[in-house]
Design a protein around this ligand. Sequence first.
Ligand code: OAD
Ligand code: ZN
Length: 247
Amino acid sequence: MNKMEIPKELIEKLKSAKSILFFTGAGISAESGIDTFRGKGGLWNKMSAQELASFDGFMKNPNLVWEWYQYRRKNVRETEPNAGHKTIAEFEKYFNDVTVVTQNVDNLHKRAGSTNILELHGNIERNFCLDCKTFYDVEKFIEAHEVPKCEKCGGMIRPDVVWFGEMLPQGVFAEAERKAIESDVCFIVGTSAVVYPAAYIPISAKEAGATLVEINIEPTNISHQVDFSIIGKSGEVLPQIFEMLEL
Ligand code: OAD
Ligand code: ZN
């Protein structure tokens, strides 16, 4: 990608920004080798979200769902954060107020070094008991090929991710909205922005006056509402923006 494609006005805006929010989705991890959900090669093109990512699906076939999450965990552990995640982590060193609001469950923002992360859809590195809500680190049942039983109450263990039809984690969404409203610049990176309530985050930012910057390999649902739409891979565009800031 040519440097000219990143607008100078965006760089100026960023230089004076006090609060920056990154709203991210599966696309930011694509360059790490993790499949996205929609679009070319998307998981939901070949697998059923209803079967694999809903509470009903889990109750119908718990071991299938458990195995699928074990598989994804293994996959995620074999990957590394890419230049996109790393650049976002770098922003924290130069700006006081940087928040990552992610729909991803892959833990890659954390592994890249970001510290201020709000996970809207949970984290694949945790499990919890359906009955007594005890949390377990992923290591605990890493070898299990069937749904494990809770050590305290015998209840079924499930991944700590948000499934279709479920509520977002208490307080996390509210905090994300608060940071969105405070933000001067809100990046929307690698998300189709079709899943609600998560997709309200950039809208809240815009309504409160933030400049919206989209980075995606193709236009999305939200492209017509953004101030700057940059077409390209997040692992290439974000480092270029950062470099242009000359920090
Ligand atoms: P999607 O799979 O819907 O969208 C991924 C987006 O990333 C698409 O718009 C792609 O064009 C874009 N993309 C792909 N590669 C890219 C790259 N290298 N650089 C930049 N952009 C790239 O994923 P999400 O928007 O995250 O929900 O999906 C939202 C939610 O739907 C997920 O959190 C998950 C899913 O069902 C739950 O698990 C609850
Ligand atoms: Zn329990």
